[in-house]
Write a protein that binds this ligand. Structure first.
Ligand code: C5P
Length: 399
């Protein structure tokens, strides 16, 4: 089921008594960390309410093709693009017929025409309807189109008959849905990434910070999510959009970042990547009011901030822990010392004395070091560096 983590499932519900089982199906899919949106046909709404499905999926339920309000939000084309899988459960005989013949006379059938995602149907109907030649012909057409067909099972039916046509149970459907997806490098793994600077207040209007843009951490978050991971991105104050499928936790200070990081690590974290440029020191006290410029000199006492990545590496459920080291001299030697001192599994180090790499730049060049080995990743965009790094991390994590 871990293959469902982070996947976007569009669940289509058509009219049939098995629609009540769609509620449990949403729960199963969400328990496997999938994001679920529900589309219901008019007939489906006679069997189970959109409100129930909204509460379970956590999203507004889509019912109308020609609803200007819905189109102003996530329109039908956007919804069709959003899905990684369209799963229609239950799929009635009528829906299968319309889908097989390319109809687009309601929202769900239109989405099936407009999507590039795989589609699966879970037929549910009376055994005579299932056995009918028209239904069986439509089934063949759908199979030829490459549509996955889950079930149906056979046994007692709601109509009192016995035979083939029962919808599979929600657990079986969730399992089949998971099998549609291939395993990826980080499938189902929780990856936690810190990014950006921290901001340490001196008074209500002044603070200590640094030049970190957060770009490297955000690129890593994006690539890790693309590699199938569930990603938590703990971000200091930066002006960057949240990558798709990434959960962002916003923090200001090093201590807030520390708390957020340790909470995320306790949540079954497999890999921790510390790209944040955490302020080493913070003012011992933060003034309640703006400090007046009455004297020639003022003295600020600074105290050390906690070392987040070292604390994570020392955690009783230590994830595979990766640090970054921005250096201006003795780059490799300093990074090796840091790797050992902080108890890391890997460190990515770069020379930030140049103009083209590191802080605030769109490019980076790093040397990745681990106990017993290293690899040079030459100058490239931060997205390219992130791709190579995630691959290295994934391989060393598994090894
Ligand atoms: O010790 P230094 O700041 O050079 O180490 C850099 C690495 O340690 C980075 O991965 C950074 O995110 C992490 N770090 C941390 N908490 C700190 C200081 C640095 O997680 N307080």
């Amino acid at each position: 089921m871990e293959r469902l983590a982070n996947k976007r499932i569009l669940l289509g519900i058509t009219g049939g008594i098995a629609a009540y089982k769609a509620a449990e199906l949403v729960r199963q899919l969400r328990d496997a960390d999938a994001d679920v949106q529900v589309v219901m046909t008019e007939a489906a709404c006679e069997f189970i309410t959109p409100l129930t499905m909204q509460a379970l999926s956590g999203h507004t339920v889509h019912t109308d093709l020609l609803d200007p309000r819905a189109e102003a939000g996530m329109g039908h084309i956007e919804l069709a693009r959003w899905a990684d899988l369209i799963l229609i459960a239950p799929a009635s005989a009528d829906f299968m017929a319309r889908f097989a013949h390319g109809h687009g006379n309601d929202l769900l059938s239109t989405l099936c025409l407009a999507t590039g995602a795989p589609i699966a149907v879970a037929p549910a109907m009376n055994q005579q309807m299932w056995a009918d030649r028209a239904t069986q012909k439509n089934l063949l057409i759908l199979q030829e189109k490459g549509v996955h067909v889950f079930g149906p099972g056979s046994g007692d039916q709601a109509c009192g008959e016995n035979g083939a046509g029962r919808m599979l149970e929600p657990e079986e459907l969730a399992q089949h849905a998971a099998e549609v997806f291939d395993y990826q490098l980080l499938t189902g793994k929780h990856v936690v990434i810190t990014a950006g600077p921290s901001r340490e207040s001196i008074d209500p209007v002044r603070y200590i910070t640094n030049k970190s843009s957060g770009k490297m951490g955000f690129a890593l978050a994006e690539i890790a999510a693309e590699a199938g991971a569930r990603v938590t991105l703990i971000a200091g104050p930066v002006n960057l959009p949240t990558p798709s499928r990434v959960t962002r936790v916003e923090v200001m200070t090093a201590r807030e970042m520390y708390d957020a990081a340790l909470a995320a690590v306790a949540d079954d974290c497999a890999i921790f990547i510390a790209t944040a440029a955490v302020a080493d020191y913070r003012p011992a006290v933060t003034a309640d009011h703006k400090i007046k410029k009455s004297t020639e000199e003022i003295h600020l006492t600074l105290v050390k901030n906690p070392d987040i990545v070292a604390a994570v590496a020392g955690h009783e459920h230590k994830p595979f822990t990766v640090g970054f080291a921005a250096e201006t001299q003795d780059v490799i030697a300093s990074a090796r010392t840091k790797l050992a001192k902080k108890g890391l599994d890997m460190i990515a180090t770069n020379d930030v004395s140049g103009q083209n790499v590191g802080f605030n730049s769109d490019n980076n060049a790093v040397t990745v070091i681990w106990p017993g080995g290293h690899k040079v990743l030459p100058l490239a965009s931060k997205r390219q560096i992130a791709k190579q790094l995630i691959e290295l991390i994934g391989i060393r994590y598994q090894g």
